[in-house]
Design a protein around this ligand. Structure first.
Ligand SMILES: Nc1nc2c([nH]c(=O)n2[C@H]2C[C@H](O)[C@@H](COP(=O)(O)OP(=O)(O)OP(=O)(O)O)O2)c(=O)[nH]1
Length: 149
């Protein structure tokens, strides 16, 4: 009898919470993608190719789905859920968009850059929302209290 590890059966995927400073206001904006297949709004992400490093896969998916080249930052919490009855793991990184040229495809036909508040409301899956708080935590780490003078 074989005793495969969970990695053998779990679908492995990776993606990014892609962020930028608004060219207009300088405020933080997050990138969501629209998938016509589901008519949903989600983070750019996708399944890893065989042997692909998760971070490399995350950046590849960002490039394919958003047309952005991105600078990766901290790793964010990993998501686990059942997709079509199979366990799925999606690893996420914070990533700053460096340059973008979006072209619609069958997989992703729109991208939106939204404030964290608007992104929270637009995300279709409630499980995708905590990644916003995780991103804000890594971009704005709590400052240590200064020593009293
Ligand atoms: N994006 C996302 N989808 C979820 C979550 N929980 C959950 O049940 N789903 C559902 C939505 C879809 O009906 C189903 C498969 O979506 P998916 O985005 O994981 O898989 P996919 O194969 O279509 O896409 P991908 O991994 O190649 O990007 O899983 C979640 O937390 N985030």
């Amino acid at each position: 009898m074989s005793s495969g590890s969970p990695e053998d059966t779990t679908v492995q995927a990776a993606g990014c919470v892609l962020w930028r400073r608004s060219p207009v206001t300088g405020g933080l904006e997050l990138c969501l993608v629209h998938r016509p297949k589901y008519d949903d709004w989600s983070w750019p992400k996708g399944k890893l190719k065989r042997g692909e490093e998760p971070l490399a896969g995350a950046l590849r998916e960002v490039a394919e789905e958003t047309g952005c080249r991105a600078e990766p930052g901290a790793e964010l919490p990993t998501q686990h859920y059942l997709a079509n009855g199979r366990p799925k793991q999606v690893r996420y990184w914070a990533a700053e968009a460096m340059s973008c040229a979006f072209s619609p495809t069958d997989e992703v036909d729109r991208v939106l850059w939204l404030t964290p508040f608007a992104a929270r409301a637009r995300l279709t899956q409630p499980h995708d929302r905590p990644l916003i708080d995780a991103l804000l935590a890594v971009l704005n780490p709590p400052q240590p209290a200064g020593r009293p003078d």
